[in-house]
Ligand binder design. Structure first.
Ligand code: PXL
Length: 274
């Protein structure tokens, strides 16, 4: 069988475990070729004080031109962190030239009800345009609220609340997977499909600590499973199980808030799960 191939559009944060330093190993462990299109180069993710940031928009345009000249095709285009509003337009234009690709977008821009440092207040409105071109979007609850202009409720929200966010997301994209929904004893993942009901698809034990990079681990595994042809429900369950495994591995590590999930020690399990 021909090897599958994903174009991963995301930043390189040298330290802190997120974005390409997660997407590359996770996707590779699933036997898929990971082609990268870096959006920015940082010393560490933006939760670290004093991080450095080099925008790579100009280089992105050159890389895309080279790929276009070589007529490169991808089974999937998976986008995560974008460093500027201009990049949203660049990626949207790229997607239009790749009707053969499954388009998966993790609209990375915030957590805990707030935008990440470095994004302007109207950034979510730009990201909406990319979501509209995507087959599957994977926002966490904060991002889902920012995209749909819904006030953020951190926990124990009603079914109606999550239902209306899910429905609003499917006005933009055919499928939405909402992560990080904190309920009484679990963290839930909800899925919404156009004209379907918003449903809880998976859940993990509630651990009252934050693990940086969890969203990237989940989205990368989900992108891999979908690219391998699994349906959305099975892919969501697989990505949730893998993420939960990584969280369990990390839970005893007191520095994990800053240095991220110990996903490396779980990659061999992921390989067996596919
Ligand atoms: O994990 C999401 C993410 C990706 N890239 C950068 C980030 C963050 C979250 O803080 O700062 C640069």
């Amino acid at each position: 069988m021909k090897q599958k191939r994903i174009l991963c559009i995301n930043d390189i944060s040298s330290m802190g475990k997120c974005s390409l330093t997660i997407a590359l190993p996770v996707i590779s462990a699933m036997g898929i070729e990971a082609v990268v299109l870096p959006t920015a180069l940082l010393s560490a993710h933006t939760v670290f004080e004093g991080y450095t940031f080099r925008d790579t928009t100009d280089e992105m345009e050159k890389i895309i031109q080279h790929f276009t000249d070589m007529n490169e095709r991808f089974d999937c285009i998976y986008t995560g962190y974008l460093g500027s509003k201009k990049q949203v337009k660049i990626v949207t234009d790229l997607i239009e030239k790749h009707p053969e690709s499954l388009i998966i977008t993790d609209p990375v821009m915030g957590d805990n009800g707030r935008l990440y440092s470095g994004f302007e207040r109207d950034y979510p409105d730009y990201m909406v345009e990319l979501c509209k071109k995507s087959d599957v979007i994977i926002p966490n609850l904060t991002e889902a609220c920012l995209i749909t202009h819904t006030p953020y409720i951190a926990e124990n929200m009603s079914e109606n609340y999550i239902g209306s966010i899910g429905n609003a997301l499917t006005e933009l994209s055919k499928n939405a997977v909402i992560t990080g929904v904190k309920e009484r004893e679990v963290i839930a993942v909800y899925s919404a499909c156009k004209n379907g009901k918003v449903k809880k698809t998976a859940e993990t034990k509630l651990i009252d600590r934050q693990f940086h990079g969890t969203g990237d681990v989940f989205a990368s595994a989900l992108a891999g499973a979908l690219t391998l042809g699994k349906n959305l429900k099975d892919s969501t369950i697989l990505a949730t199980k893998f993420t939960e495994m990584c969280i369990e591995k990390t839970n005893n590590d007191k520095d994990s808030m800053w240095y991220g999930l110990r996903f490396e020690e779980c990659l061999h399990h992921l390989h067996k799960m596919i």
